[in-house]
Design a protein around this ligand. Structure first.
Ligand SMILES: Cc1cc2nc3c(=O)[nH]c(=O)nc-3n(C[C@H](O)[C@H](O)[C@H](O)COP(=O)(O)OP(=O)(O)OC[C@H]3O[C@@H](n4cnc5c(N)ncnc54)[C@H](O)[C@@H]3O)c2cc1C
Length: 278
């Protein structure tokens, strides 16, 4: 590794006062990694609109760089315009622009069908005011029929004006390298930053992975099942697996790493220590 890779860290907006306090503590610890930005997720259908805004504002107030996620499913152009203006007013310079998943029971279609339309809207309304991150899928998006279609849809977001991409998490480095190679062949020239999920809880990881289509390889699943009632061994093994994955990605040219921290500092810090990034 010649240059220090860029690290970015993802949080979700806490729902309780205790959650806010815990997140502030986690962020103070994670500042040691000097992340290029912290991103904050947006609940499906706008359910965390205020929570996302509050978390973003508190990061900016503490001197950090914060990137709110914006999901457009079910949203009107008017509501997205208000959101963008609100974020611009508090100094946000980067966004993660997503379609999002329709919450069950939601019937309102909204003004946007896909994330490329959101990216196009942000660029038309705000010009270059924001750097725009979009999502990419090494194991392709669960709604896509095949990788080529998913790649073409990823390209639509880049052609609409996205500056960079963050991937869904994955455990198979080859899936990431295959995405990067096919993006290059399709003239997609933005950085594709691997999204990495530290392993801390087998049941939660299995549930998330079923929902988002991330494959847990059989060898990994059976080792995690074996350790699922032994938190210390599971975390140590998880840190070893993820450190090896990150090492391989960085050695193979990944421009940085985006950690899905789940609002916890220690698993990400442990991996970064093992990678000698701290
Ligand atoms: C880094 C990252 C952060 C995320 N953060 C959040 C978050 O904060 N909140 C949240 O709710 N979800 C979040 N998600 C999950 C994401 O919202 C879901 O994966 C969602 O199903 C797709 O969002 P997208 O922006 O990738 O959608 P899109 O890029 O719109 O793709 C959705 C599906 O439609 C297809 N498609 C795209 N464009 C077109 C088109 N023009 N015509 C036909 N088909 C098309 C794609 O191939 C794909 O199958 C995140 C995912 C990632 C990877």
């Amino acid at each position: 590794m010649t240059n220090k890779p860029e690290i970015s860290l993802e949080f979700f907006p806490p729902k309780t006062e205790q959650g806010v306090a815990n997140l502030n503590d986690a962020r103070s610890e994670l500042d040691a990694l000097a992340p290029s930005f912290y991103s904050v997720t947006f609940g499906a259908g706008g359910s965390t609109r205020e929570g996302t805004y509050d978390a973003v504002k508190s990061i900016i107030d503490a001197g950090g760089d914060a990137a709110p996620h914006i999901s457009c499913i079910g949203a009107s152009k008017k509501s997205i315009r208000e959101l963008l203006e609100g974020y611009s007013a508090i100094g946000v310079k980067r966004l993660v622009a997503l379609r999002g998943d329709r919450p069950s029971g939601m019937v309102e279609l909204g003004d946007f069908a896909y994330a490329n339309e959101l990216v196009e809207f942000i660029r038309a309304e705000m010009g270059d005011r924001f750097l725009i991150e979009v999502a990419a899928y090494p194991e392709y998006h669960p709604e896509s029929s095949d990788p080529a279609t998913d790649l073409a849809n990823f390209k639509r977001k880049v052609d609409a004006g996205a500056h960079s991409a963050i991937t869904q998490y994955f455990f198979n480095a080859d899936a990431y390298f295959a995405l990067v190679d096919s993006a290059m062949l399709a003239n997609i020239e933005v950085p594709i930053v691997p999204g990495i999920m530290p392993i801390t809880n087998f049941v939660q990881l299995a549930r998330f992975s079923d929902m988002c289509g991330a494959e847990i390889p059989r060898w990994l699943r059976s080792r995690l099942e074996q350790y699922q009632h032994d938190a210390d061994s599971l975390q140590d093994f998880g840190a070893e697996v993820i450190t090896t994955l990150c090492d391989c990605l960085l050695e193979g040219g990944a421009p940085g790493i985006h950690f899905y921290t789940l609002n916890k500092a220690s698993p990400t810090i442990e991996i970064c220590k093992r990678l000698e990034l701290i």
